[in-house]
Design a binder for this molecule. Structure first.
Ligand SMILES: Nc1nc2c(ncn2[C@@H]2O[C@H](COP(=O)(O)OP(=O)(O)OP(=O)(O)O)[C@@H](O)[C@H]2O)c(=O)[nH]1
Ligand SMILES: [Mg+2]
Length: 535
């Protein structure tokens, strides 16, 4: 059964997307500018602002501000025109990529940022692959045009060749670096002239521009060399490209490209204009039993893709972020929790602008709501207004670094265990338990060095715990399973067997060589790099 026409209308105006890229390309800066254009914030503070300036950014965590990088993804909701936009800023660093991948499960499109000077970088490739695999349409935003960089044709060529993704330039930069003057929008046939020294963001001019007829206008604003170059480039692309085909974009075959500078707020408005016209609304979601859930279905369904503890330090809260897949959410509603197989009331629900939350009474498919959680939710859990639903698994990465914590003050041991439990439920670290030692002294696994650094910082900052990290020599974790997916509890060849938090057997070995040894000794066992969180 479908939702009522009124609910359908609400669902259809949702746009949920993630900003992704290699570290430092400007995701958080762009997020902030988009919030500005969405009327959510009224002054934009630099991400790495001087101390004292109010930074109103998605980097709300203390350590993010100190380090000037994003550590955790952040959700922001705002209205733009007729649309309700849910925007997710993600961390670029590979040590936090599990978080980014989880976010990509929860969105309907993504905006990839590319630094004009650096072009396609290592993470850019990985993220394109993930989007392609999941058939998520990708907008490409070439950023930092206020700096010198590669010329746009070279850059587009690089994207097409290295990422095997056809590009469709929607806008074209008029000059670059010092000589940057504006953006030409090929679809609306307008040029947007920005003043590099402008005080107000609204300080720009829009001039109709038709290539061939209005070429002279470019010479009024650009130096001769830049104007010549732009006209030459436009000749080349106009001749070579068929018109924009929105279906090719929605199928993930082409990526529309816009240019700009997030920091200077150039081209952010042209991006938004394009985004609001073409970004897809809530898409159907696949279930594990290979069904599709239509977002317009009257039944409410959703899944938890992120858990964050201590966003509100005064209340030691814990929020489970749910992407609504179908129907309408109402605060206080009773839902079926598929994993626990029981009914649960969602009483505390909010929507966010970074760490600022506002109670939300109603939300619709496409939206992301944060629900207060007392320990019922794990990442990947599914809820519905009736019956059991299980959406696709959320990826979990095999950790490669391992250690154990020791706390000087023995009285704080229990507190440390609780803290580790919270942080592992967030997916910030993974815990492994030695059967004969038990849960009080778990081994901690991390995907990368920075995860350990964040762990130590958060233990001190959020839990007031001074701990020491003792590294262990393991570097590989695998979940042994039979061919039909059953847990294997005993292995030949002297394996170190542990349990993960949901009691699955795991082997930890020092190096790949040891793993190969185990594989030879146990030819019938599959050594999985991760397993489903769903129990
Ligand atoms: N010149 C210039 N600098 C920019 C621009 N956009 C962002 N930056 C700078 O680039 C740096 C990184 O920006 P962020 O927005 O933190 O980048 P990010 O992609 O969010 O980084 P991570 O989340 O850590 O991956 C900051 O110093 C920004 O001020 C731009 O358009 N021009
Ligand atoms: Mg960031």
């Amino acid at each position: 059964m479908l939702s009522t026409p009124q609910v359908q209308k609400e669902i259809q105006r949702r746009r949920t997307f993630a900003i992704i890229s290699h570290p430092d390309a400007g995701k958080t800066t762009l997020t902030e500018k988009l919030l500005y254009h969405g009327g959510v914030i009224h002054e934009t503070g630099e991400v790495k602002g001087k101390s004292g300036t109010k930074a109103v950014t998605s980097d709300w965590m203390e350590l993010e501000r100190q380090k000037g990088i994003s550590i955790t993804s952040s959700v922001m909701t705002f209205d733009y025109g007729d649309l309700r936009v849910n925007l997710l800023d993600t961390p670029g660093h590979k040590d936090f990529s599990e978080d980014t991948y989880r976010v990509l499960m929860a969105v309907d499109s993504a905006a990839m940022l590319i630094d004009v000077a650096k072009g396609v970088e290592e993470r850019t490739k990985k993220l394109y692959e993930v989007c392609r695999l999941r058939k998520i349409p990708i907008f490409t935003f070439v950023n930092k045009l206020d700096r010198e960089g590669k010329d746009p044709l070279t850059l587009i060529d690089e994207v097409e060749k290295t990422l095997n993704m056809q590009c469709y330039p929607v806008t074209w930069p008029l000059g670059i670096g010092q000589r940057f003057r504006g953006i030409y929008n090929r679809l609306t046939k307008e040029i947007w002239i920005y003043d590099q020294r402008r005080e107000e963001v609204e300080d720009y001019k829009i001039i109709p521009f038709e290539k061939g007829k209005d070429d002279a206008i470019l010479y009024d604003y650009l130096d001769k060399e830049s104007a010549d170059q732009v006209l030459e480039e436009l000749d080349l692309i106009e001749g070579a490209l068929p018109p924009f085909d929105v279906n090719e974009f929605l199928n993930g075959q082409i990526s529309p490209v816009t240019f700009g500078s997030a920091k200077q707020n150039f081209g952010v408005d042209t991006f938004l204009q394009f985004f609001t016209k073409y970004a897809p609304g809530p898409q159907p979601r696949h279930t594990k039993d290979d069904k599709e859930v239509d977002p317009l279905d009257a039944k409410f369904t959703g899944f938890v893709f992120k858990i964050q503890a201590n966003m509100d330090r005064r209340h030691r809260d814990r929020i489970a972020f749910i992407r609504i897949c179908s129907g309408k959410f109402e605060r206080g509603m009773k839902v079926q929790h598929s994993r626990l197989e029981r009914e649960l009331r969602l009483s505390y629900s909010s929507q966010f602008v970074a760490a600022d939350k506002e109670t939300v009474d109603e939300a619709y498919a496409g939206d992301i709501v944060g629900v207060g959680d007392t320990g019922n939710f794990a990442i990947g859990d599914c809820v519905s207004s009736s019956g059991k639903v299980q959406f696709e698994d959320i990826p979990k990465f095999a950790p490669e670094l391992f250690g154990r914590l020791s706390v000087r003050d023995a009285l704080k041991r229990q507190k440390m265990q609780e803290a580790l439990q919270h942080l592992s439920e967030e997916g910030a670290i993974q815990l492994f338990i030695e059967p004969h030692i038990g849960a009080q002294d778990p081994i901690i696994g991390a995907v990368g060095e920075l995860q350990f650094e964040v762990l130590m910082h958060r233990l001190k900052d959020e839990y007031n715990l001074e701990v020491k990290l003792n590294r262990l020599p393991y570097s590989v974790a695998r979940w042994p399973r039979t061919a039909d997916g059953k847990a294997v509890t005993e292995l030949k060849g002297g394996a170190n067997m542990f349990r993960d938090l949901i009691d699955n057997p795991v082997v930890l070995v020092n190096q790949e060589w040891d793993l190969n040894w185990l594989k030879r000794e146990n030819p019938d066992v599959e050594f999985q790099t991760s397993i489903s969180r769903a129990r």
